[in-house]
Design a binder for this molecule. Structure first.
Ligand code: MF3
Ligand code: CO
Length: 253
């Protein structure tokens, strides 16, 4: 599970390409755009930059992005019939393969003006991610990181999705260890410097239960309330995590 410094450098390149791709996509998001248009732009940008889509073909997944709107949590399939409208939120999850190493990050965007209570859900989910990142230091355990995320979500009266988890990343998109967003302090795998983790809280405004849609991919909340998802890739550090992907390209737009 531990990478060499050279591998971390390669993973940083992949993470950087994903980060820039999310910003390219984010710049297109407005009422009236379809999620398939976002997907087309993402694939073109990734290929122009020497990479390949990381999700396309993974277990038969058909697209470059996962685009999950409102009560959809993750793994929404881009479609020309999915037209974004004012007030929606859309989680855009993107994977790339560059020089043999994967990148994987996600951001939940607002479409036009979004209701205050949903904006708060996005804010708290982001905070959950950054609390998880703060705990990604050597000698902590996965449970310490997971507990930090869960506690912040539940203190805000939100619920944590349990069926899907974060993961290690490297020459495969999903490597050990699993990185759940709920857990107990002191439990699980002990973190070591240069483990590279994708931390990706999925936080629901309502109850935690999920259902799979009939397309066989999309996961949504059973109670149809909104869900938020943010994902970054980090290398575990001695004293602080080295954050390999970034939202800075998105947020400076
Ligand atoms: N981004 C997801 C994750 O972080 C993986 C999506 S895989 C695909 O685990 F199957 F949807 F392509
Ligand atoms: Co992931």
């Amino acid at each position: 599970m531990v990478k060499t410094d050279h591998e971390v450098a390669l993973l940083r390149q992949s993470a950087l390409l994903v980060s820039k791709t999310l910003a390219e996509v984010g710049a297109l998001i407005r009422p009236g755009v379809t999620t398939l248009e976002l997907d087309v732009r993402a694939e073109e940008f990734i290929r122009d930059n020497g990479g390949k889509p990381g999700f396309k073909g993974y277990k038969g997944y058909p697209n470059t992005l996962c685009t999950s709107v409102n009560s959809q949590i993750v793994h929404g399939i881009p479609s020309k019939t999915a037209v974004l409208k004012e007030g929606d939120i859309v989680s855009v999850d993107c994977g790339v393969l560059l020089n043999g190493y994967y990148g994987d990050s996600a951001y939940t965007f607002e479409v036009g003006e979004v209701e205050e209570s949903t904006r708060k859900l996005l804010q708290v989910t982001r905070e959950c991610l950054f609390l998880g990142i703060k705990a990604a230091i050597a000698r902590n355990r996965i449970g310490d990181l997971a507990f930090a995320i869960q506690q912040h979500a539940e203190n805000n009266h939100y619920s944590v999705v349990r069926e899907l988890v974060g993961h290690g990343i490297g020459t495969h998109m999903h490597e050990r260890p699993e990185v759940p967003n709920y857990g107990r302090r002191g439990a699980g795998v002990r973190l070591q410097k240069n483990m590279v983790l994708c931390i990706e809280p999925m936080i629901n405004k309502g109850k935690r239960e999920v259902v799979e849609e009939r397309d066989g991919w999309t996961i949504r909340t059973r109670d149809q309330q909104p869900s938020a998802h943010f994902e970054l890739t980090v290398a575990v550090g001695e004293h602080q995590a080295d954050v390999l992907s970034t939202f800075s390209f998105i947020e400076e737009n």
